[in-house]
Design a protein around this ligand. Structure first.
Ligand code: HEC
Ligand code: HEC
Ligand code: HEC
Ligand code: HEC
Ligand code: HEC
Length: 379
């Protein structure tokens, strides 16, 4: 217990967010509804994203309760720095302002002036001096009297996202979020493809329809299209089962993800590869766990899996790197005549599901998704 407390403390104090121009008050930040009066489509897209729900999401809330029970209420500040950054930069830890509860929201992202793409958590600089000075991708923006604007190169680069999507635990250096560094090594990054190109797929249109007549070559979809978006997981991986030298060979290929699979880390998202065997009459001969892609932590006592805030060491780690394939092997049971392999995506490591279900946490947005299947006859 003692050791894990120390680790977590490091998790909390390593928080590196900085605020320029003094501290904003929560009343100064505008809710998404305000921005949506002119940026209607962007607001509606953003509302569907996991980032808009990163605070209210019931699964997050359940884990937050656990984190506080294990490590004390002070852990809240470290979680809030990434999951409710508007609350963090206004020190609204009582969540009195509705904008604090909006998760990763408009008036937070568009007032960030710099990001340190290191594994420090929440490594952004937020400028509170003028909450209505928007940083964005246009050099010739035309917001009239709605708000000020500044061209911001960092918003057009993957480095921006590293503020929260690259993180190692303070003290131990155990990797928590590695999406940014995995992307950096990918073919996509070397071709200049940013996180925004895939997760904020640009379209031609107007950034503020009806208000500004400027037709833009690129407006960025703020739906942050990813694993939660219906259909996406259908095409990101292929699975091939074949027999080689009397053993079953399973090949999992990462097809179009600009980083390793699963994309997120944090010991939350995992992908399981299983094989079911059947006999000559089609009878089931059982199911074998072949591999779990993702990361599992152990705490200071060796208990595993534990959530990221108790991470002391890595108990298990496997991933399908960008632009490559992972090959796994599996023994074939004696009477087996057919093998059916499946690759299933879990938003939450299934190890946590029994406790969440018992507590009646709403898991409707966390249902597992079958990514790929393949079957083969056996000799
Ligand atoms: C009264 C209407 C109105 C409101 C409210 C409004 N905007 Fe805008 N905004 C505009 C217009 C018009 C533009 C210019 C669009 C263009 O040039 O294509 C713009 C441009 C922008 C840009 C691009 C800046 C750049 O230099 O690239 C960003 C970012 C932005 N707004 C964010 C926001 C956010 C965040 C909010 C809420 C806090 C908000 N806006 C509220 C009308 C509005
Ligand atoms: C202030 C911290 C922060 C920043 C900056 C940030 N994110 Fe996130 N992001 C999060 C958190 C927290 C979640 C997890 C939300 C959840 O699952 O509850 C998340 C989730 C996501 C998801 C999963 C969405 C889904 O529907 O499954 C994607 C994709 C994503 N972020 C992309 C990005 C991209 C691209 C950028 C940069 C343009 C970015 N993020 C910047 C904190 C951040
Ligand atoms: C996770 C951070 C994040 C959040 C939350 C966010 N934006 Fe953005 N927004 C960006 C980035 C990054 C870009 C520029 C993308 C690029 O150029 O590659 C952008 C671009 C824009 C632009 C310029 C037009 C365009 O789409 O390129 C407007 C306007 C805008 N955002 C408004 C909003 C509004 C309104 C909200 C809330 C409903 C919002 N943004 C929420 C990160 C964010
Ligand atoms: C070439 C396209 C591509 C690029 C570039 C890319 N991603 Fe992804 N990303 C995907 C796809 C496809 C998925 C869905 C598969 C998965 O969940 O791993 C995904 C998944 C994710 C997830 C997990 C989604 C979830 O719902 O939990 C996060 C977080 C994420 N990406 C963030 C980023 C960040 C941050 C960057 C840049 C540092 C980035 N991505 C660059 C294509 C891309
Ligand atoms: C450095 C930023 C950062 C910090 C600090 C952080 N998180 Fe996260 N968290 C994320 C990101 C990014 C994701 C999305 C997971 C992924 O990569 O796909 C996430 C995902 C989660 C999820 C899964 C949510 C879902 O619905 O799928 C839970 C639960 C969670 N975090 C809890 C916490 C708690 C509790 C704390 C504080 C002890 C915390 N996080 C601190 C960035 C952070």
């Amino acid at each position: 217990m003692r050791a894990s407390r120390r680790v977590l403390f490091a998790f909390a104090v390593a928080c590196s967010m900085t605020c320029g121009g003094g501290e904003a008050s929560a009343q100064d930040l505008r809710p998404a509804r305000f921005c949506g009066a002119c940026h209607g489509p962007i607001r509606r897209e953003w509302e569907t994203s996991a980032m808009a729900k990163s605070w209210k999401n019931p699964v997050f809330q359940a884990f937050l309760t656990d984190a506080k029970a294990a490590l004390g209420d002070s852990v809240l500040a470290s979680c809030v720095a990434c999951h409710a950054p508007a609350a963090a930069v206004t020190a609204d830890y009582k969540f009195e302002s509705p904008v604090s509860q909006e998760g990763v929201t408009c008036n937070f992202c568009h007032n960030v002036t710099a990001v340190d793409p290191s594994p420090l958590p929440a490594s952004y600089t937020f400028d509170a001096s003028d909450p209505l000075l928007m940083r964005g991708p246009y050099k010739d923006s035309d917001p009239g009297s709605a708000h000020g604007f500044v061209y911001s190169e960092i918003h057009t680069k993957g480095e921006f996202c590293a503020a929260c999507h690259e993180h190692a635990a303070g003290g131990t250096g155990v990797p928590i979020e590695t999406t940014y560094s995995r992307w950096k090594k990918s073919e996509a990054a070397s071709q200049g493809k940013q996180c925004q190109d895939c997760h904020m797929t640009p379209y031609a249109g107007q950034a503020a329809p009806k208000i500004s007549k400027k037709n833009r070559e690129k407006v960025h979809a703020h739906s942050f299209r990813a694993a939660h978006t219906p259909g996406v997981l259908d095409s990101v991986a292929t699975l091939k089962a074949s027999v080689e030298k009397g053993r079953l060979r399973l090949t999992v290929r990462n097809r179009r993800v600009g980083h390793s699979l699963p994309g997120g880390g944090g010991g939350m998202r995992v992908i399981r590869l299983t094989v079911s065997f059947f006999g000559a009459a089609g009878e089931s001969l059982g199911t074998t766990e072949v591999q779990t892609y993702g990361i599992r932590y152990a705490d200071a006592k060796g208990v595993t899996p534990v959530p990221k805030w108790l991470a002391h060491t890595i108990a298990h780690q496997a991933e399908v790197a960008a632009d490559s394939a992972a090959v796994e092997w599996c023994e074939i049971p004696v009477k087996a005549k057919r093998a059916q392999a499946s690759l299933v995506y879990y938003f939450i490591d299934p190890a946590y599901l029994p406790s969440l279900t018992k507590r009646k946490v709403d898991l409707s947005a966390h249902q597992p998704v079958v990514m790929a299947r393949d079957a083969t006859k056996l000799p």
